[in-house]
Write a protein that binds this ligand. Sequence first.
Ligand SMILES: *[C@@H]1O[C@H](CO)[C@@H](O)[C@H](O)[C@H]1NC(C)=O
Ligand SMILES: *[C@@H]1O[C@H](CO)[C@@H](O)[C@H](O)[C@H]1NC(C)=O
Ligand SMILES: *[C@@H]1O[C@H](CO)[C@@H](O)[C@H](O)[C@H]1NC(C)=O
Ligand SMILES: *[C@@H]1O[C@H](CO)[C@@H](O)[C@H](O)[C@H]1NC(C)=O
Length: 371
Amino acid sequence: MFKLLLVSALVAVGLCQYSVPVHGHNDTNSTSTFTNPILDTGGADPWVFRHGGHYYMTYSNNENITLYKSDVLTDWNNAESKLIFKPEKGFNYSTDIWAPEIHNLNGNWYVIFTADPRGDSPPPEVEMWCEYNCPAVHHRMFVVEGEGDDPWEAEWKYKAELDTYDQFAIDGTYFQHKDQLYHIYSCWHRKYDGWPANLCITRMSNPWTVSSPFSERQIISVPEYAWEKTPFGRASNDRLASNEGPQQLTNPTTGQTFVIYSAARSDNRNYCLAQLELVGDDPMNPGDWRKHPFPIFYQNPGESAYGVGHASFTISPDQSQDWIVYHGMQDPTDGWYARTIRAQKFGWNDDGTPNFPKPGYGPYEVPSGQK
Ligand SMILES: *[C@@H]1O[C@H](CO)[C@@H](O)[C@H](O)[C@H]1NC(C)=O
Ligand SMILES: *[C@@H]1O[C@H](CO)[C@@H](O)[C@H](O)[C@H]1NC(C)=O
Ligand SMILES: *[C@@H]1O[C@H](CO)[C@@H](O)[C@H](O)[C@H]1NC(C)=O
Ligand SMILES: *[C@@H]1O[C@H](CO)[C@@H](O)[C@H](O)[C@H]1NC(C)=O
């Protein structure tokens, strides 16, 4: 989630106080190492993919969808950029453009993104239905299509809203299993819940059309553990409890399928990554998903890396390594404005689950094959 208006002031309350070390920039000019962040200006909700020998990135900027292109994964400060979509005023997708993701499906490119009309400030007669503050009540998912093989040269145009039954929807992603396409997104159980934000799944008949009727929509994850809620550890509190930012991740060796999602709350130190594994054969059956009982990538106070989440996954130039690109905070007291974009290599555990490193700043070795 990129930004919510009208959220009551929230002071991040950690379990422990740590001194905040200043991370040392490595000022050797070695091309064999890099440091985080990989973009000096702030950024959130990064989506990175590799295509035709280049890396491409997009991230939340509220106003438009801008695509960046770089030969290296680890430095985006001088990346080329290209506007691929800027909404006109007056539509349901005109403001708060969040979490764009670009997928290659059926030979074309699809940007799936969150947006809302007019900064989503519901009038009191709408907000009064909500159990908690719910200024995000009009957030929905939309699709922009880019025709052509090359994302840099594609012709981009608005395609459709994704049906979420006129209910809150953010951070939607495509999920593929056995030739069937699904939409997985952050949802409320009912239209005016406000919280918690869960993960929902519906079937799609193509990248811009949801085919499930409302009765078929399934909730595959709710914030149930203390670490999925905020304030951290207050298990009874659903306000601010979020599951969002889902991403499909497949183990290239075993074929195991995961949804890595973000839990807790995006504006403070406790935001983290969590894991669902598809252990059955039907993604539409909540019982076919197994949630890992602990976060799998989370704050590292020893290196002043907090609020790490909303990840995407890519590979090294020689395809031998898996990389995670995510956002995090060095100063967790600065909320959403503290977020910067980072990259690290990750591996796999013996049981086939992803093995993420501790988040930090490096220096780390650059991706294998990077020149
Ligand atoms: C900077 O990176 C180089 C190359 O990896 C390493 O040898 C050196 O120790 C690093 N310096 C610091 C201050 O971390
Ligand atoms: C690194 O490169 C910059 C710009 O080329 C230069 O100003 C700086 O002195 C170099 N630093 C080191 C440690 O070589
Ligand atoms: C897209 O939005 C960003 C962030 O607000 C802004 O800096 C940039 O100028 C916009 N690009 C265009 C072409 O309007
Ligand atoms: C815009 O959103 C409102 C409220 O959800 C909905 O009733 C309306 O049909 C939407 N407009 C379009 C053109 O889809």
